[in-house]
Structure formats: C-alpha cells, structure tokens
Design a protein around this ligand. Structure first.
Ligand code: PLP
Length: 620
C-alpha cells in the first residue's frame, strides 16, 4: 500500500517522485509529469499566494475523453445502434474558464451542457457552440426560462426542457403556442430505485424533483391534447450523486428502461435517455461500496447502461435512444488541487522531562516508574495505571493537596506515558478498543492557511472525505499524527476525518512542523461542487486560482484568476472602501487633535489599513 493511499485515489494523475514530492501527470498515463512542490514554488515566485487552487486543464480534457471513450467502447461491444451524447451539469462548477474548457474539450464528442436554473441556462447558451450537442434544461422554471430555452432552438441549440413538475407542461404548451416554435421536451421520472448515502433522497416517492408514473401519463395526455406529443423526446432520471454501489444503478436502469419503452408505445417519438449524474469518484481509493468510494469502474458503468437499455428496447422492438449522462463529479473532481500551508501547530508539548528528584510526590514517582517500564506486554495495564494516577492528581489538586507545579509535572508525565504507549501500539497490528481514542487525544493540531467553509464546504456540511496529504517531505517518515484546523474562528472549521481503507480515521500522518520552514498540504479531488458551495465565513474569500496546461517541456500558466481582495469581500456585506477609509482618516484626525498619536504613527496606520484593503483575505 502506498503512502496516503495515493495509488488508489490518485491513479493515473497523482503520484510521488524520488524527491519525495507529489507529481501530477495531467494527461494520465500518456506522459508528462509536473512536480507539484516545484510548481507551487514557481507560482509563488510569480507573485501568487497560498492558499491556491490549481486547475489542471489537461486532466479535465482527459476526464471528458475517458467518459466518451468508455461509452464508445460499450456501444461497440454491445453493437448498440445509437450514440452517447454526454452533458456537463453546470452547477457542479460554474467558473467561466472551466465551463469554456469543457465546451472546447468536449467538441469532438458533441459534449453538451446541463442547466439547473435560469442563470445557468444563460451560461450554457452563451458558451455552447457545438452542433449536435444537447442543452438539457432542468430545475424550477418560469415562463421566461421556458421561452428563452424554446427560442434558443431557432439558433440551432438543441435545448430539451425537462419537465420536473406537472405545472410545467401547461407552461410549455402556452409558450410554444405563443412563440410558434416547436419545443423539445423530456420528463424526469421519480424512480422507485434509490441511491444510498447522502443523496438518497434525490429519488424515490418523496423526491423533490420528478414526476410520478401517474404524472408522466398525465403529461403525455396533456401534450397529446395540445397536439404536441411529437415534442416528447427524452426520459430523464437522477438517483443521487456519488452512487457507490453499481447494483443501485442496475436497478434504476431496469426501471427506467421500461418507462422509456412504454412511453414510446404511447406514441411519443422519444429518442433520448438521460441517466442523470451519480457516476462516483473513488475518494479513498478502496474501490468498494463504501460511501467515499465506488465498487465499479467508469467502463462498468457504461457497459451496464448500454446493455440494460439495449435489452429493454430489443424486448419491445423499440429503436434504441441516444444515451446521455449528466456526469459532474466524475468530470470535474480530479482537475483541481488546493494547496495550503501550515502556519503553526499546537498539542501536547514535547519538551524533555526533568529527571526524578528526591522527595517528589508519590504520584510523580509512580508515573516515573510506569514510564520507564512500558513495553509490548504491559502497555495496556500501564495505560490504565497512568490514567488512574492522573485522575488522582486532579482530585488532590482540587482539594488543595497538590501545587500547580506538581499538577503540571504529573500532566507532563502522563502525556509522555501516553506518547510511549502510542509508539508501542503503532508497531502492533492490533490495538485494544480502550486505546483507540488515544491517537485522537494525542493528535497535534496543524493550523492551516485556508478556510474549510470556503474551500471544502462539503467536509464541514456533510462529512465528505477528501484525500489530504503533504506535497513534499515524502521521503521522510511522517512521525506525527494531526488534525487540521483552518483560519476561521469557528470550532467547526477543522478537518478530523481522513480517508482510510473503507473507513474513516481521525488523525492524519504528518511531519514535524519546523517553524519558518514551509510545510505544504494539498486537498485533492475537490473540483466538483466545492468552489460554488464555498462561503465567506469570517470573510475569507475566493483563493487565487490558476489554470495549468502541460507542455512537452513542463507547463504553462494558462489563466490566473486572482482571489478576492478584502475590499471585494467587504463589498459583499455592503461596506464601501472609500467610506471606510474616510472613517479611519477622521478617527486618526481626532486622535491627532487630542495628541494621542503622532503624525508619523497616523500616516503609518492609514497606510496599513489601505494596504490591507487591497490585500488577500488569507495570511501572507
Ligand atoms: N443531474 C442532476 C439532476 C443532479 O441533481 C446532479 C447532482 O446531484 C447531477 C446531474 C450531477 O451528479 P454527479 O455530480 O453525481 O455526476
């Protein structure tokens, strides 16, 4: 097993080189390798700052190509008489440069976009210029959304309005009649088959979106009475994101395949089946049905879709549809890497212990004896003894029988015993239950220059696991165990759940932190959802972001997107920079008048204040 399980989740993009640095192979196994630590140092020399979000455009291109080629392979294997036309759900990451790159890299595959709201529809319409690609229109809709989507067909955009609520049928009929343009519509079915985990409520009878079987029939009838059944071209379902178990997908496909052929039997032209999102990402590299993993490959996924739909259609003699998936996570996660630096550390102090002096308290002597005798055979017994001595010391102190110095000495000796016991247990395969929490209790806190709320909100909100590791010093044994605390003044601003084999562990193996020496960590696979869900808690803004493109001799910095300045984040909460500066100027003037401050100090203070307003919200 590799360090930090990087081979599991990192393949084929991330690895470790001989210098002990993480490397990025943006084109997967097709050559070209960038040293991440050197890249970060280069970017710093270009004036960029940590934390920094690196987007590897070639990884994005590779993900799109992989998804399309796996479907092409499945279509060939099953002699499927149709094509795959994927779409990227814009909500997963709306950043302009990224959406534009997706449209560009997707062109050879007629890869389209999915919009889930009016602003996303505007993005999709202004970006997509690929004849033959689909523009799937999902989400809540008003007349303006629907009319815009219908009129876009006149420009040659293949917009398909997916009916998610029954009321939309009437709205579509009205808009089409008013505009005199024939729309293309789809229906989103509420399947009985359900995903499991965080997103299981995305489907099933109580799902927020989609039509029940009765509502689907009602839709068909309403379209028929309006003479518009010809417009019904697509069936869509979405059973939740990050489906870990392939059997859930198989169940959904069986159900959806039947709905599709039945709709065709009712006289709808159909022609498209959109299986939604759900294609998982293996965050822990275990290749299992654990929620942070998935027990199938992209290829299995494509095989199962193609085979199931081919069978359903063959049985009823219905022509097979064009297949669409709305894979967001699987396309966007890998391309981004967030690098941040450790700014400090706290935890159990690690100073040398003064030797035992004559006439020290009995508890101190007992702890010394315990400490000297710890070995593989007695560590559990000694642990319990040490806990008891420590408890006794706390009681004696509370009743005034122990001095603060004595209590501090006991505390120090107790932690030293725990530390030695931990070192013994780490060498053993088996750790008794009563010692499992010790690792957590003894963990150091690594204070890091980033905000969990801004850069990894799902880690806070839904306990999502992301691989996190140092990007250098990987030739050196990580002898410390730590948790991560961010810059926010919020006790939730931390990460203390890390990937393990099919499990979650509460501490991460890290290196000792040396003051003033850089120690860089990175959070991987966060390219989906995190950027847009991130918030301004404590007013930590967007980080700097760069697009890196691999070249034959190294890399090129394609785009630099500067993070928020303090002035920008303050504007979100309605503060005006000039008004703030004027307030401060007036205050310094008052202090000058009252001779509380010198002219030099006043000038310096104003300069600092103004400089901060222009600066980064993170630590410099
Ligand atoms: N399509 C719809 C309708 C969704 O709600 C989602 C996300 O939940 C997606 C597509 C993208 O899913 P994923 O990121 O799992 O591919």
């Amino acid at each position: 097993e590799t360090l930090y399980r990087i081979n599991g989740w990192g393949e084929p993009y991330f690895s470790i080189n001989e210098a002990g640095h993480v490397t990025v192979s943006p084109k997967g196994d097709r050559g070209g390798c960038i040293d991440l630590f050197e890249l970060v140092n280069d970017l710093k020399q270009r004036g960029l700052r940590l934390p920094i979000l690196l987007r590897f455009s070639d990884i994005l291109a590779d993900r799109i190509e992989r998804l399309n080629s796996t479907f092409a392979k499945a279509i060939a294997r099953y002699n499927y008489n149709g094509v795959y036309r994927g779409v990227f759900p814009v909500k997963v990451n709306q950043q302009r440069q990224l959406v534009e790159e997706i449209a560009k890299f997707g062109k050879p595959f007629q890869f389209g976009l999915e919009a889930g709201s009016k602003p996303e529809l505007l993005i999709a319409l202004s970006t997509l210029r690929t004849p033959g690609s689909l523009l799937i229109c999902n989400g809540y809709k008003d007349a303006e959304y629907i009319e815009t989507a219908i009129l876009a067909r006149k420009l040659g955009q293949d917009t398909i309005i997916v009916i998610e609520q029954l009321e939309e049928v009437e709205m579509i009929i009205r808009a089409a009649t008013k505009l005199g343009v024939t729309p293309a519509v789809g229906v989103r079915a509420k399947l009985h088959a359900k995903g499991v985990g965080h997103w299981e409520d995305s489907t099933g009878d109580r799902a927020k979106f989609g039509l029940s079987m009765w509502e689907i029939l009602e839709t068909v009838e309403q379209l028929e009475s309006a003479n518009m059944l010809d417009s019904l071209r697509l069936l869509h379902f979405h059973i939740g994101s990050q489906i870990s178990n392939i059997s859930t997908i198989k169940d959904a496909l069986r159900e959806a395949g039947q709905i599709y052929v039945q709709l065709a039997a009712l006289g709808a032209p159909m022609g498209n089946l959109d299986v939604g999102g759900g294609l998982g990402v293996d965050y822990d590299g275990s290749k299992t049905n654990f929620y942070a993993s998935k027990n199938y490959s992209m290829q299995n996924y494509a095989y199962d879709i193609v085979a199931a739909i081919k069978d359903a259609c063959a049985e009823k003699g219905v022509p097979v549809p064009t297949l669409t998936s709305e894979s967001g996570r699987a396309i966007a996660s890998h391309q981004s890497v967030l690098v941040f630096d450790v700014v400090g550390i706290s935890g159990i102090p690690n100073q040398a212990i003064e030797p035992l002096k004559e006439e020290e308290h009995l508890i101190v002597r007992n702890l010394f004896e315990a400490l000297e005798n710890i070995n593989e055979n007695n560590y559990q017994e000694i642990y319990h003894d040490a806990v008891q001595f420590n408890q006794e010391a706390i009681s004696l102190f509370s009743f005034g029988y122990l001095t603060l110095k004595q209590r501090a000495r006991v505390e120090r000796l107790f932690w030293e015993c725990c530390d030695r016991i931990l070192k013994v247990t780490r060498k053993l395969n088996y750790v008794p239950d009563d010692l499992e929490d010790l690792e957590r209790a003894m963990a150091l806190t690594y204070y890091c220059n980033f905000s969990v709320f801004q850069s990894a909100p799902d880690s806070w909100a839904i306990d999502q696991l992301f691989p996190i590791m140092p990007i250098h010093r990987l030739n050196e044994e990580p002898i410390c165990r730590g948790t991560i605390a961010d810059l926010t003044c919020d006790s939730d601003g931390k990460i203390d759940r890390f990937i393990d084999l099919r499990d979650v562990k509460s501490t991460l193996e890290l290196h000792s932190f040396i003051h003033e020496e850089p120690y860089y960590l990175a959070l991987f696979l966060g390219g989906a959802y995190q950027e847009i869900l991130g918030d301004l808690h404590n007013l930590f803004g967007d980080t700097d972001a760069v697009h890196i493109h691999a070249t034959p001799t190294g890399y090129k910095v394609e785009h630099v997107i500067k993070g928020d300045s303090m002035t920008e984040v303050l504007e979100y909460v309605q503060y005006n920079r000039d008004a703030m500066l004027e307030n401060i100027r007036q205050e310094t003037e008052r202090a000058l008048q009252e001779k509380q401050i010198t002219l030099d100090e006043a000038r310096l203070f104003l300069q600092k204040y103004e400089h901060c307003l222009n600066g980064y919200t993170y630590l410099s």
